[in-house]
Design a protein around this ligand. Structure first.
Ligand code: PDD
Length: 295
């Protein structure tokens, strides 16, 4: 069986087998979920938008007042080493930084002498099988119970975990998070809506993760002259949508064809992936193969 995590992994300055990698149980990532992460897709061994991912990592570190333990070049060199050592051409790189392990448990930050913990590994990038894409996936809506800085990519993901599990328990692939009547995003994805030929995208606020794939989709929409509105999406608009899609670095673009047990869309296309999502998926594939794979 193909392993999910390639050896070696990176932990605190060393490349070593996963089985030999360990951190203190006093690590603040373990005790408090006090840390940040990134997931970077790799196509043909080229890390896609690595600068943007490292900038988002920096923004999240700044947001939680944690100094970046590595310079950009050091991040790149460790990422390139993981990519080179892994057996797959298409990968996903996971990076995590926590506030390290003090010698006691105290909510307030540890002294500056406590080093951050840095962990990184490569996994295979598993694209959605064609038969799943052809049908689309089911989703549910749930109240958004997360905190007020969802723009930060932090490892404390309990509300996301519970929302996604609620979806999985109902045989669904994603949970769409509703706050104050508006759909913000998915438990681990950004969400787009199509209505009457217009692509609707929620704005980047502190209540949504600024997805790198989200940016690519908006760029593709603009460069192809797709009508686009960036604004809050009311829950009722979500339910009346012609199409709903999810996006992420690992899922790319995937149609949501059932929402809370009801088919998305109407008429012949009800409950089926729609033409706009299909078009965007094709633009994304073309971009991936002509630009991303070439570096
Ligand atoms: N998640 N919103 C949330 C809450 C996410 O967790 C993610 C990605 C996204 C999409 O961001 P991007 O396009 O940059 O991947 C939006 C990653 C894949 C994860 O947690 O594994």
């Amino acid at each position: 069986m193909t392993p999910y995590v390639a050896d070696p992994v990176y932990l605190n300055g060393r490349f070593l087998p996963l089985a030999e990698a360990g951190v203190s149980p006093l690590d603040r990532g373990f005790l408090y979920g006090d840390g940040v992460y990134e997931v970077i897709p790799v196509y043909s061994r080229r890390a896609f938008r690595i600068d943007e991912h490292l900038q988002r990592l920096q923004a999240t570190l700044d947001g939680i007042s944690l100094g970046n333990p590595l310079a950009v070049d050091a991040w790149k060199s460790l990422i390139f080493k993981l990519i080179e050592a892994a057996p797959w051409d298409d990968q996903s790189i996971y990076l995590q930084v926590t506030r390290g392990a003090d010698d006691k448990r105290d909510h307030a930050f540890p002294p500056a002498s406590v080093p951050a913990s840095v962990f990184a590994f490569a996994s295979p990038l598993l694209t959605t099988p064609a038969e799943v894409r052809a049908q689309g996936v089911a989703a549910i809506t749930v109240p958004d119970l997360r905190w007020s800085r969802c723009d930060l990519k932090v490892i404390s993901l309990l509300a996301n975990v519970l929302a996604r599990q609620q979806a999985v328990a109902q045989g669904c692939a994603e949970a769409l998070l509703i706050r104050d009547g508006h759909m913000k995003e998915g438990a681990a994805s950004n969400i787009f809506v199509v209505k009457d030929g217009v692509l609707l995208a929620p704005p980047k606020t502190q209540l949504m993760l600024p997805g790198i794939t989200y940016d690519v989709i908006l760029e593709l929409a603009e460069s192809h002259g797709q009508r686009l509105e960036i604004r809050e999406i009311h829950e009722n608009e979500l339910r009346a949508a012609d199409e709903v899609w999810m996006s992420s670095s690992t899922k790319e673009i995937l149609a949501i064809t059932t929402l809370d047990g009801q088919p998305v869309g109407s008429g012949e296309l009800a409950g089926k992936p729609g033409p706009f999502g299909e078009q965007m998926w094709q633009w994304y594939q073309d971009f991936k193969n002509s630009v991303m794979r070439k570096g």
